[in-house]
Design a protein around this ligand. Structure first.
Ligand code: SAJ
Length: 426
């Protein structure tokens, strides 16, 4: 069957690997970004997302055409929306990127197209927000003149195995034709299972609960980290013990906070949507509160340790190791490390930063150089460089306190050097 032509709106962490894959599978593929520099880079075969060698390899194939305008929508059979769905400063879902993408698509839409939403949205957005914008802007009728499906994106930045080509997906459709076309499309590009859902709403809810599940389980161990501190119990050891149970237990780990574009964001979508229908998600909100409290908890651990050696945090030089929200990615979205930096500054500390993925935001060219400038450190991101560092560097730099926000350093070796070590839960 002749491969369709398709346009992907948004070529970031989600849209870029998808566009490469669709091109490789024989679809005439266009990828839209408003960033001219990014479009030029991609068309030269260079990935704008640093630190991901596999993605760079895919982009180097030049299997699709990056563009800045929406004209390609006119000649496309399928249009896939992969724009960000962030939250605003009040933790409310910000659908503006989705709405403006739909308004632009509507201008160029034609009869018989399949529109697929991959961006994470709360249940109801496809029918209550997206369809009205597409119908108003195009004069077409959803389900009759064009088809709509939702296939929530699933990506795990930095994951060596799971990627857009093999991660199973769930697909919901506005009607039978929407669903069957979307399922056929995803089965043509992805080796993982493609599960048809009952409707758009179930597909929207699937993604939200996957990540809310992760957020509440992380909040559970983060609360345990605080209670086990006063009980004098090593939580990490307890988790390793619980992990020996071969069923009905799934380990999560305490840390200085929960960042990224998914886990700390998606629960707010459900909280807000349910609130509008009169239901108060107390549990989800409490989990968010606990996880949002962890950057402050990490700084409190540092302040207590400095007090033990009669050093006030005010005026003390503190090094923050890592800015990224998780190991070995160059992504700052909702990063706890950024929150830790601002709390340290509020407390009057002199803050130094080193993150190998953010040289421009680092205040020293290397880890060693940064250590020489500080009296204490907070590790906020478990980058490989930090996990593999020579711990003697702490001693050489006369570091007094190490707060290990990701529990990834050898606490015994550090303590043996006469340095105060504090983990999160250990
Ligand atoms: N974190 C903890 N404790 C844990 C696990 C994570 O504190 O036990 C923190 C991380 O340090 C990070 C944040 O939570 O700051 C998110 O971690 P993550 O591993 O969930 O990383 P993400 O945001 O890349 O999540 C992605 C998810 N992506 C999407 O939903 C689009 C999702 O695929 C998975 O939940 C997750 O990867 C995964 O499985 O690793």
């Amino acid at each position: 069957m002749k491969r369709e032509t398709l346009t992907i709106v948004g070529i970031g962490y989600v849209g870029l690997p998808l566009a490469c894959l669709c091109g490789e599978k024989g679809y005439r593929t266009f990828g839209i970004s408003k960033d001219k520099k990014k479009v030029a880079l991609i068309n030269q075969g260079v990935s704008p997302i640093k630190g991901d060698a596999r993605l760079q390899q895919w982009v180097s194939q030049k299997s699709f055409t990056a563009v800045t305008g929406f004209e390609s929508v006119k000649s496309s059979d399928i249009v896939i929306i992969c724009v960000p769905t962030p939250i605003d400063e009040h933790y409310n879902p910000d659908l503006e990127p989705v709405e403006s993408a739909c308004k632009m698509i509507a201008k160029y839409m034609k009869r018989g197209q399949l529109i697929i939403m991959e961006s994470t949205v709360n249940p109801g957005v496809c029918e209550e927000v997206i369809i009205p914008i597409l119908e108003k802007g195009s004069g077409l009728t959803a389900g009759k003149d064009f088809y709509l499906a939702h296939c929530p994106e699933r990506i795990n930045p930095g994951d060596a195995y799971w990627n857009v080509r093999n991660i199973p997906r769930c697909v919901g459709g506005l009607n039978k034709k929407s669903l069957s076309w979307a399922v056929r499309f995803y089965r043509s590009i992805i080796s993982g299972t493609i599960r048809p859902m009952k409707s758009l709403k179930e597909a929207e809810a699937t993604k939200i609960i996957e990540n809310s599940f992760r957020d509440i389980n992380i909040a559970f161990v983060n609360e345990l980290a605080k209670s086990f501190e006063v009980l004098g119990i090593d939580l990490l050891d307890v988790i390793e013990g619980s992990k020996t149970k071969p069923f009905a237990f799934m380990a999560h780990y305490p840390s200085c906070g929960v960042g990224g574009h998914c886990i700390p964001v998606d629960p707010y979508y459900l909280i807000e949507r349910a609130r509008k229908s009169g239901f108060d998600h107390k549990f989800l909100k409490l989990a968010r509160e606990i996880n949002n409290s962890m950057p402050r908890y990490a700084v409190d651990r540092l302040m207590k340790a400095l007090n033990e050696i009669k050093k006030p945090i005010k005026g003390t030089s503190i090094g923050v190791l890592g800015l990224a929200y998780k190991a070995d990615v160059d992504d700052l979205r909702e990063s706890p490390a950024v929150e830790i930096v601002s709390i340290l500054k509020e407390e009057g500390a002199k803050v130094e930063i080193f993150d190998p993925y953010f040289p421009k935001r680092s205040t020293a060219p290397s880890l060693e150089e940064m250590l020489r400038k500080v009296d204490a450190v907070i590790l906020a991101t478990d980058h490989r460089e930090f996990k593999e560092m020579n711990l003697l560097n702490f001693k050489k730099a006369q570091i007094k306190v190490v707060v290990d926000g990701k529990n990834c350093l050898d606490s015994i070796t550090i303590a043996k050097m006469g340095i105060l070590y504090r983990g999160i839960g250990k």
